[in-house]
Design a protein around this ligand. Sequence first.
Ligand code: NAD
Length: 397
Amino acid sequence: MRDSYDYVIVGAGVAAARAIEGIRQHDQTGTIGVFGTEATPPIYRPDLSKTLWLESDHKLEQSYLLPDNLGAEFFFSTEVKAIDPVKHRVTVENQEVGYRKLILATGSEPLTLSTSLGERILTYREPADFQKLHELAQPGAHIIVIGGGYIGAELASALNQNETSVTMVMPEKYVQHRLFPADLSHRITKEFIDRGVHIVNGRFAKAESDGKRVTVTLEDQTTIDGHGLVLGVGVKPRTKLAEDAGLTVDNGIVVDEYLQTSAADVYAVGDVASYPDALLGRRRVEHIDNAETMGKTVGATATGHATKYTHTPFFWSDLFDDGYEAVGLLDSRLHTFIDWNDDQTSAVIYYLEEGQVKGVLLWNTWDSVPAATEVIRQTHDAPVENLGELVGRITVG
Ligand code: NAD
């Protein structure tokens, strides 16, 4: 480890990987030190809940980013204990390391609901989680998935397609009910049930394992027995370093349009950053397109090529034979308007607030993210008065 680096990156996830690439586009020789509590190099996380289960010849090694690490020095399983924006130094374990520019890409950590994790009781974010679950999910095994959000839905779909029996536990009535209007989440839930996923409406209370099995107890005292348990109950941004250093933190590390925090020469990117979205206002986004694009952008800015982050990120998912891409705010509490195709297999769903489209869900509808972003932009300036105006605005299917 050097005494100082031109660029110090805290965190070794996707945003960090893209920041290195962004730096190297403009500065081929500056020193880069990357410190992450992760045990492994940056990995393309969507593969952990999708491709690795659905494409049998896809191996974990293929999902690591940066096969050539571009001259960055990585320190894995290494904790940065403190940052000092005034002295331009970070404390790495017991050593002080200087920086010219500091990029915080600390990501988020899964909630555990105070449960002790183990070989059969997992959260799901890192390669080791995939490896453990893969071991447990032998054909005929029974896996219990807590949560009906992104992780719950993607893993239940993936495990079911691997001949593993799955029970999904969630407080909501339908799968992804917080995201999708009831009509669509009802259809998705029916598809899950028809495929053999067992759905239990309830709240997780505790889990115990005897080393061979897991027993889950729900708040209503129902118990469920299985070979393994995955908690997909949300994440929280890792903001402690920033808070301790006195940076402005408010549901994430607050950054400006250059992704700079309240301290000079300190930037934050990815899940942890609360940024001013050009179309939607201040928000924090926990999806990979945001992490990748922010990473690239901050890399340029850190080298002196100041670049505003003007991107409104998109995200996507696959659930059995269905899939979607989406832009903006998908919150089923907003007013929603669904434009179906004739046989109701594809749709464009608009999420509105006072005539402004805040989010667009492209259900089995492809290559339309730019068009969806454009509708958000247009209705920001000129709200729709009549929802019928939205029909056909984006081609469905
Ligand atoms: P989530 O917020 O999507 O879903 C959390 C789920 O847990 C909800 O259904 C909630 O009701 C449920 N829950 C909370 N407490 C519970 C309890 N006591 N008992 C039962 N259920 C309970 O979070 P996630 O699915 O854990 O996803 C984690 C992160 O991973 C998110 O940041 C997400 O954006 C990201 N992710 C994204 C994608 C994608 O973009 N396709 C895929 C996977 C993960």
